[in-house]
Write a protein that binds this ligand. Sequence first.
Ligand code: FES
Length: 90
Amino acid sequence: MKKMYKKNSPYQVPCKPGEQLAICLCGHSDDPPFCSGAHKKKAPEISPKIINRDHDETLYICGCGESKNIPECDGTHNTCPENEAYRNRW
Ligand code: FES
């Protein structure tokens, strides 16, 4: 499993107005969820997603790798077998 997606829950990333964030799309980042440049060696065909906002916002970045809306979390982690909370739901 790619390093970034071993978290099995979303990364919460505060984003300030005018701030530009480079979010990892390759999953190999050494500083998830931010791009660390690791893609250049491990997945040169992939580039990070550049996100910027004109208002304060907390971004929820996928940490399980199963989101249908990568890099943003869509709640799929809640039903991931790897997710401890999900496994212990009974
Ligand atoms: S390190 Fe993953 S996109 Fe840059």
